[in-house]
Design a protein around this ligand. Structure first.
Ligand SMILES: Nc1ncnc2c1ncn2[C@@H]1O[C@H](COP(=O)(O)OP(=O)(O)O)[C@@H](O)[C@H]1O
Ligand SMILES: [Mg+2]
Length: 234
């Protein structure tokens, strides 16, 4: 579904990614793991086409989208749940969810998507009229995930979805990712909990200093002795 080739990315004059390659097959969960500052968020932003300048190819369903504006990528089904969730704290849960439907395609399916999100995340139905800022961290992450689903993704980019959450909510997020995969969604995941992420991933990439340092099946990477200590704290 997604194939990145020879990708360089920078913020103005500051280079971050260098010759990155990556493949996300349809229906797979693929993880990108790496220490702080490795370029994981930059990779996701570049796939979505926000903030960075890039060179190289980003093939999505066989088309090079590297020069497409962001809204066209979202309309084509690439949707990101950003690091830190970025909700509108003063707006209600429902209003936040509806913010996810900003492309014409998503707007057309608004009612149906909202029903689906409330079925998948019943807690949000209970909290529908509350300001998002009054929710717990875990519930806010549910809103961020729900908002992304409102955009009707084909490829979902999840940037550190468990960051700052209580252990029980961390487990919930991973279960939810599994559930989305079972429903046929393709997922690119960036995670601090590298071992857990790789365990549920079909494929993984280790990013170091903006380059791919290792890649393989989730299981292979999990068992590489050279990677276990540095990236997985095992
Ligand atoms: N908006 C920005 N402008 C300039 N440099 C940035 C910006 N965002 C991130 N960087 C730099 O890019 C590098 C990679 O950052 P990032 O992609 O956020 O890493 P990660 O998500 O792996 O922690 C870091 O050196 C960071 O300081
Ligand atoms: Mg990051």
């Amino acid at each position: 579904m997604l194939e990145v080739r020879n990708l360089d990315a920078s913020y103005g004059e500051v280079p971050v990614l260098s010759q990155v390659h990556l493949e996300v097959p349809e229906g797979a969960v693929v993880s990108v793991v790496g220490t702080n500052g490795a370029g994981k968020t930059t990779l996701m932003k570049t796939i979505l086409g926000v903030e960075t300048q890039s060179a190289g190819e980003i093939l999505y369903r066989g088309e090079n989208i590297a020069r497409w504006p962001t809204d066209r990528r979202v309309e084509a089904g690439i949707v990101m749940v950003p690091e830190g969730r970025r909700l509108f704290a003063g707006m209600t849960v429902r209003e936040n969810l509806e913010m996810g439907c900003y492309t014409p395609r998503a707007r057309k399916h608004r009612k149906e998507s909202l029903e689906r999100v409330f079925t998948l995340l019943p807690k949000l139905k209970e909290r529908e009229r509350q300001p998002a800022g009054s929710l717990s961290g875990g519930e806010q992450q549910m809103v961020a995930l729900g908002r992304a689903l409102m955009a009707r993704p084909t490829l979902l980019l999840l940037d550190e979805p468990t960051l700052g959450l209580a252990p029980i909510m961390v487990r919930w997020v991973f279960e939810f990712i599994r559930e989305l995969k079972e429903q046929g969604l393709t997922i690119l995941l960036v995670e601090q909990n590298a071992a857990t992420a790789l365990r549920l991933s079909d494929r993984g990439y280790i990013l170091t200093g903006g380059r791919v340092a290792a890649e393989g099946s989730g299981e292979d990477l999990l068992h590489r002795p050279d990677l276990r200590q540095v990236y997985m704290g095992l």
